[in-house]
Design a protein. Structure first.
Length: 171
């Protein structure tokens, strides 16, 4: 996330197809692995190896398909921006009100992804600049906080501010 995020922020337009192809490949791979784990198909060694191979193939196919189609790249960027925007807004809602309903999160993600995807297609050039900066910045910062640790997430920071607690960093 740190490397891809930094490339998206500073060189988003120049490496747009490569970054979006990589993002699609990662998404395809992780989707197969997530559902395999969800259904309990990763318990045996043979099934784990088989599903990793299938996930790699699916990820490569998704990456190549997105790389070859600029409109799909822009749409995927819009959906990713909508996902990150909805997640951030949901974190603010949870931190300020304490209302933590799964249906609200899912509804917000679906609506934001659709709206952001439509905006991406309608204003492709302008959205390209905004989307790569937003998604890249979020990925870079989130990757940095996961890598170095001792840094609160946006939800934790909002809860601290809502409760009047000072934000204290570990180091």
């Amino acid at each position: 996330m740190v490397i891809v995020g930094a490339i998206m922020v500073f060189f988003g337009q120049a490496f747009f197809r490569y970054v979006m192809g990589l993002l699609a490949a990662m998404t395809g791979f992780l989707t197969i692995m997530y559902f395999s784990s969800l259904f309990g198909w990763l318990n045996a060694t043979w099934s784990l190896i088989t599903l990793i191979c299938i996930a790699v193939v699916v990820g490569c196919v998704c990456g190549v398909l997105v790389f070859l189609s600029i409109p799909v790249c822009i749409g995927l960027l819009g959906v990713a921006a909508g996902f990150f925007g909805a997640s951030t807004l949901f974190a603010v809602i949870v931190a300020t009100t304490g209302y933590d309903a799964l249906w609200l999160l899912i509804t917000m993600i679906v609506l934001f992804c659709i709206m952001s995807g439509v905006l991406a297609f309608k204003f492709s050039k302008g959205f390209l600049c905004f989307g790569t900066a937003f998604v890249g910045g979020y990925m870079f910062m989130r990757g940095t906080t996961l890598w170095f640790g001792h840094y609160p997430s946006e939800m934790e920071m909002w809860q601290m501010m809502a409760n009047g607690t000072d934000v204290v960093l570990g180091w």
